[in-house]
Design a protein around this ligand. Structure first.
Ligand SMILES: Nc1ncnc2c1ncn2[C@@H]1O[C@H](COP(=O)(O)OP(=O)(O)OP(=O)(O)O)[C@@H](O)[C@H]1O
Ligand SMILES: [Mg+2]
Length: 210
C-alpha cells in the first residue's frame, strides 16, 4: 500500500481539492483507494457522501487521533486529507503513516510564508531529509498572466522539490467539490483544459506506483 498525505499549514490552499481529485484519479484507474480524512471539518468525508452512485468506488475513513485502521480496507493507495495548521504531534502522527507528501499552495504571500514554515517542519523528519518520503509541490489557483504567478515561480524555483502541477483557478473545481465528482469522472468537455494540467501529477503518481 502507498500512503499519500496532502498537507500544508495554510488553510484554503487546496488540500481537500487535491486529495479528493487524487482519490478520484486513482479510483478511476481501478486502483483500490481509500480517502482518509484527518480534518475535523470532514470536508473530504462529506465529498464522498455526495459522490454519485455508479462512480468508481472510493472507500472513506475518518480515523481518530491514535488509531489508523486503513489497512482494513486493503487499499492499494490511501490518500490522506489533512487540516490547516497541521503541526506538532498531529504532524508527527501523520508522518509515521505516510510514504509521499503533496503540498499545494496558491500564488499569495500568505501561502508562500506558511509554506516556508511547513516545508521547514517537514525537513525535520529524517524520512524526508533522506528522500525516503518524497515531497512534491502543486501550484494551485495559478493565473499565469499575473505578477503573483511570477512571484510564485521564483519561490518554487528556490526549492529543490518537484513541482508536479500548475492548476488554474477554475470553476470546475468548485463543481467537483459540490458534486462529489472528481475532474476525471466529468465529461471531458467540462473537465478540459484543466484535466490536462494533471498530466505531471499522473506521471509522478505512476512513478511511485511500485
Ligand atoms: N484551483 C481551484 N480553482 C477554483 N477553486 C478552487 C481551486 N482550488 C480550491 N478551490 C476552492 O477553494 C476553496 C478552498 O479549497 P480547499 O477546500 O481544497 O482548501 P483546503 O486547503 O482543503 O482548505 P482547509 O484548510 O479549510 O481544509 C474550496 O471552496 C475549493 O472548492
Ligand atoms: Mg480541506
Amino acid at each position: 500500500m502507498k500512503r499519500l498525505l496532502v498537507a500544508n499549514a495554510k488553510g484554503g490552499s487546496g488540500k481537500t481539492t487535491l486529495a479528493t481529485n487524487l482519490a478520484g484519479l486513482l479510483a478511476g484507474r481501478d486502483v483500490r483507494t481509500v480517502l482518509v480524512d484527518l480534518d475535523r471539518q470532514h470536508s473530504a468525508a462529506r465529498w464522498l457522501e455526495r459522490r454519485p452512485r455508479g462512480f468508481p468506488k472510493i472507500a472513506g475513513w475518518t480515523p481518530d487521533d491514535d488509531r489508523d485502521e486503513v489497512e482494513a480496507f486493503d487499499p492499494q493507495w490511501a490518500i490522506y486529507d489533512s487540516p490547516a495548521g497541521l503541526h506538532g504531534k498531529r504532524l508527527d502522527r501523520a508522518m509515521k503513516r505516510v510514504d509521499l507528501i503533496v503540498v499545494p499552495l496558491a500564488p499569495s504571500v500568505l501561502d508562500m510564508d506558511a509554506t516556508v514554515v511547513f516545508l521547514e517542519a517537514l525537513a525535520e523528519y529524517k524520512t524526508v531529509r533522506k528522500g525516503e518520503c518524497p515531497v512534491a509541490l502543486v501550484a494551485n489557483r495559478v493565473d499565469p498572466r499575473t505578477l503573483a504567478a511570477l512571484e510564485l515561480e521564483n519561490f518554487l524555483a528556490a526549492y529543490d522539490l518537484p513541482v508536479i502541477a500548475h492548476l488554474r483557478a477554475a470553476q470546475v473545481y468548485v463543481q467537483c467539490a459540490a458534486t462529489g465528482a472528481p475532474l476525471f469522472d466529468l465529461p471531458r468537455s467540462r473537465a478540459e483544459p484543466e484535466i490536462d494540467r494533471w498530466a505531471p501529477i499522473r506521471a509522478w503518481i505512476g512513478a511511485h506506483l511500485r
